[in-house]
Design a protein around this ligand. Structure first.
Ligand SMILES: C[S@@+](CC[C@H](N)C(=O)[O-])C[C@H]1O[C@@H](n2cnc3c(N)ncnc32)[C@H](O)[C@@H]1O
Length: 221
């Protein structure tokens, strides 16, 4: 018999289960994640909605009637949030390898594609100019730091190219990227294209995550 700090008695086998779960990453933090529970209660498709909400609250990126491009949109919480804010005059076009199967709305369209294969000029011609481009693109992580960081950077650079091709003058670009050596180069490239660039780490980003968001405000023509 072992006593935990709460004073409750538990058996050795209960502790073994807890240890096994902790080893597998199923820690208290993961099971009881505040944002995951909140997303479920508030009927958002993913906890990542709170990252966009925080940034949008601060910078007022998404407005009624806006035309948006949402890169890496599955399962759809960013599109879900945006489609509510833009109303019936706006449109979100989502692109992903996977079709969001739990989200649909009259002002949401989906294109199934690998962004790395998209020609920016073709996309601009196909979907027209956009007020805001969002990219929450993330590679399937391998656990190998350099590989994951370099894949994330590849996706972020691709998102920037697509954004520059489709954004209206003074449009905004928000992009996730894993922190690494090349982030300075990407930020520099964004600084040449946008009037202002911010590096953001919203509260909903997990403490252990290396992700940050780069925000390009007001595309320079
Ligand atoms: C973190 S999830 C996006 C979550 C989304 N913002 C939401 O709130 O529901 C990242 C997405 O990027 C997509 N993705 C990764 N690489 C891609 C690629 N080359 N082309 C298109 N989508 C890609 C993945 O399929 C995945 O759905």
């Amino acid at each position: 018999m072992v006593f935990l700090s709460s004073g409750k008695a538990t058996t050795q086998s209960t502790l073994s289960v807890a240890r096994t779960r902790a080893r597998q990453g199923m820690t208290r933090g993961k099971w009881q994640d505040h944002y995951a529970r909140r997303a479920r209660d508030e009927k958002w498709l993913a906890r990542s909605v709170y990252k966009l909400e925080e940034i949008d609250r601060r910078y007022k990126l998404i407005r009624e009637g806006h035309l948006l491009l949402d890169l890496g949109c599955y399962p759809g919480s960013w599109s879900q949030y945006s489609s509510r804010k833009i109303g019936s005059r706006g449109e979100v076009l989502g692109i992903d390898l996977k079709k969001p199967d739990r989200f649909s709305a009259p002002n949401f369209r989906f294109l199934k594609a690998d962004v790395l294969d998209l020609d920016p000029a073709w996309l601009a011609n196909e979907i027209g100019r956009r007020d805001v481009v969002l990219s929450d693109l993330a590679p399937q992580t391998s656990g190998i730091h350099v590989t994951d960081t370099s894949r994330s950077m590849g996706l972020a650079k691709c998102a920037l190219e697509l954004a520059v091709a489709v954004l209206k003058k003074r449009g905004h670009f928000l992009c996730k990227v894993f922190e690494g050596e090349d982030i300075k180069e990407l930020r520099g490239e964004m600084a040449r294209r946008f009037a202002a660039v911010r590096t953001l780490r919203p509260a909903a980003v997990r403490r252990t995550s290396r992700e940050v968001y780069l925000l390009g405000l007001s595309l320079i023509d």
